[in-house]
Design a protein around this ligand. Structure first.
Ligand code: URA
Length: 208
């Protein structure tokens, strides 16, 4: 599926078309697990981390890409960032068991490097179809990769957070990635911002 193969489709177009043909979450999960759009990621991955999607979820969280623990377990946000995320969700009164958790890129980039733009482009067909199928009330982007993916380049987290954005994918709230909160420590601004933003999300959901 890389380059422009006999089908005449680029890798990103082939993903888009395959994802569009999926009518259910389980069809999509099965198809995504077979994806070979990004050769560098295919050779190094242990699993395709499709994401968690509890039935009837009202909220979707979107991170960047799986790390080492996610690659091994096949589940998103189960490593250090995930443990902090769970703690902050708990603090905001949000139940992770009722929240969909996805990533922009479904395979772990080697040594946790930032996903390349071609990888993000290739994977976007899966993410966009996942958002269609879920039809959640609210999407929360964790960090710049997910934010720019949904709201466009040129946005800064510090100015984009604290309000609801209307995007083609739905209503979006922007916040920091838990890894930023880990980097700046328990008294750092990203952790406080994340706690505040998750609190705002809980209020928005409670008001509907
Ligand atoms: N960071 C992410 O962006 N996603 C994960 O699933 C884990 C860490």
């Amino acid at each position: 599926m890389n380059g422009r193969p006999e089908s005449g489709l680029t890798a990103a177009e082939a993903v888009l078309s395959r994802a569009a043909s999926c009518r259910t979450w389980s069809q999509l999960a099965e198809a995504a697990r077979l994806c070979t759009a990004c050769p560098d990621l295919v050779v190094s991955r242990s699993s395709v981390v499709v994401g968690d999607a509890p039935h009837g979820c009202r909220l979707v969280l979107i991170g960047e890409a799986p790390g080492a623990e996610e690659d091994i377990s096949g589940r998103p946000f189960v490593g250090r960032s995930g443990r902090l995320l769970d703690e902050l969700l708990d603090g905001a009164g949000l139940d992770r068991g009722e929240i969909a958790v996805l990533n922009v890129v479904k395979c772990r980039p080697p040594r946790n490097r930032t996903p390349r733009s071609a990888e993000t482009r290739n994977c976007s067909g899966w993410l966009n179809r996942q958002l269609d199928l879920l039809g959640a009330e609210l999407i929360c982007t964790l960090g710049l990769s997910a934010t720019q993916h949904l709201l466009g380049r040129g946005l800064r987290l510090a100015t984009a957070r604290g309000r609801v954005h209307q995007a083609p994918a739905g209503r979006v709230v922007v916040t920091y990635h838990p890894s930023a909160a880990l980097r700046f420590g328990p008294r750092g601004a990203p952790r406080e911002a994340l706690a505040t933003d998750l609190g705002m999300i809980a209020d928005l959901l409670a008001a509907r």
